[in-house]
Design a protein around this ligand. Structure first.
Ligand SMILES: [Zn+2]
Length: 386
């Protein structure tokens, strides 16, 4: 079964062989064969197909690859947000509020909550999402969070080292032993990745290193939260360990930027966090100009950033982080896929999965030019419109 999508005013292919960053094709068409892209090019050259869909001049992009989210939780922290907007600074300890609510929730409550958020993401064009644990922080609750997440994505991340839970506050070293021992053993069957929050108030570099190395020994790949609340050793640790991605990167020294460039570790920027915590934004421009690969993701979570909208993050990246619309779209699609070490999504070229977004707009620029407007007309996953 083949479907010809034609009448595409602007097609973002992200073809790495193209001369321009986005591999743009105007007056384009695309053929879907089953789950995959079979052909892309000018509409005038399109082959015949079993079915034809005319998109009337709309723009088509690869589906967004949101490589950083925390969707398995219960409760909300709207009051904490309101307090922050009244002048209370954000601190990592607020995570414990969500931990208490998450432990008290049933499996069914957690599952239906994730389902609702994933649906919200789909409506906004996200076709691949990474989901972390990190609000259970017991052997049982971390494993169950990952089992819930696995129902929605292959990209599940064990984040037992999110914060030291209240019951271990007196002995963080014992908690790290738990995370790298029994908790990891219970989590690993449900996870592809391991992550840690390397930040003052959470875990230091030695603790984060121990967690990441234990995860790798258990067959998981590493990613890291670092340099969110201030300068620190996390970004250089991620580069040294050759992690796929290091996320936040809000406070960077020149040595951090050099380490990212030299290691090839992707810097995933999460501007919804700076928006929601009134922190200064990182400079995407500085990183890209230095030769660092930059991805964009939502960091959807109940504390520091409760948006599920990648289009919103694209608009912020353009307005606040010095990125061009093309760079921001590329960061939220192609680079997002790279940050998850995925080569089957993130681009619309033959052989990749037919995950795409149809915009009610003539070009990708409108994602930043018309912030806050629901421009996503259709989301397709694996060759099917949702
Ligand atoms: Zn996060």
């Amino acid at each position: 079964m083949t479907v010809l999508l034609t009448g595409i005013g602007e097609l973002v292919t992200n073809d790495p062989a193209a001369d321009d960053l986005l591999g743009l094709v105007e007056d384009a068409a695309l053929v879907v064969d089953g789950r995959q892209v079979a052909w892309v090019g000018r509409a005038a050259d399109a082959p015949a197909a079993d079915e034809l869909v005319d998109l009337g001049g709309r723009a088509v992009l690869p589906g967004f690859v949101d490589s950083h989210s925390h969707l398995v939780f219960a409760g909300d922290r709207a009051q904490e947000f309101a307090a922050r907007m009244s002048g209370t600074p954000y601190a990592a300890g607020g995570i414990r509020t969500t931990v208490a609510a998450t432990r008290a929730a049933t499996d069914e409550q957690l599952t239906s909550h994730v389902a609702r958020l994933v649906e919200e993401m789909r409506r906004q064009g996200t076709t691949t999402v990474e989901i972390k644990s990190g609000y259970g922080l017991t052997v049982h609750d971390e494993a169950r969070a990952l089992a819930v997440a696995r129902q929605f994505t292959e990209e599940t991340t064990f984040l037992g080292a999110h914060v030291v839970p209240a019951e271990h506050a007196d002995d963080p070293a014992a908690y790290v032993d738990l995370v790298t021992g029994p908790m990891l053993e219970a989590a690993a069957p449900h996870a592809r990745w391991i992550d840690a929050f390397c930040e003052r108030g959470a875990f230091d570099a030695d603790q984060a290193r121990a967690v990441l190395l234990a995860g790798e020994a258990a067959g998981l790949r590493g990613r890291l939260h670092a340099n969110q609340l201030g300068p620190g050793p996390g970004v250089r640790l991620a580069a040294e360990l050759g992690l796929a991605a290091v996320d936040h990167c809000t406070y960077l020294e020149d040595a951090d930027v050099d380490a990212l460039r030299d290691s090839g570790t992707i810097a995933t920027l999460l501007p919804g966090v700076e928006f929601s915590t009134r922190q200064p934004y990182p400079s995407g421009r500085r990183l890209i100009d230095a030769g660092v690969r930059v991805a964009l993701a939502s960091d959807c979570n109940p504390g520091s950033c409760f948006t599920s909208s990648v289009p919103f993050c694209i608009a912020l990246a353009v307005r606040e982080m010095g990125m061009t619309p093309a760079e921001a779209v590329h960061a939220a699609t192609y680079r997002g896929a790279e940050a998850l070490d995925r080569h089957d999504v993130g681009a619309l070229v033959p052989g990749r999965r037919a995950d795409l977004v149809v915009l009610d707009a003539p070009s990708h620029v409108h994602l930043a030019y018309r912030p806050g407007v629901p421009l996503v007309a259709q989301t397709w996953v694996a060759g099917r419109a949702l």
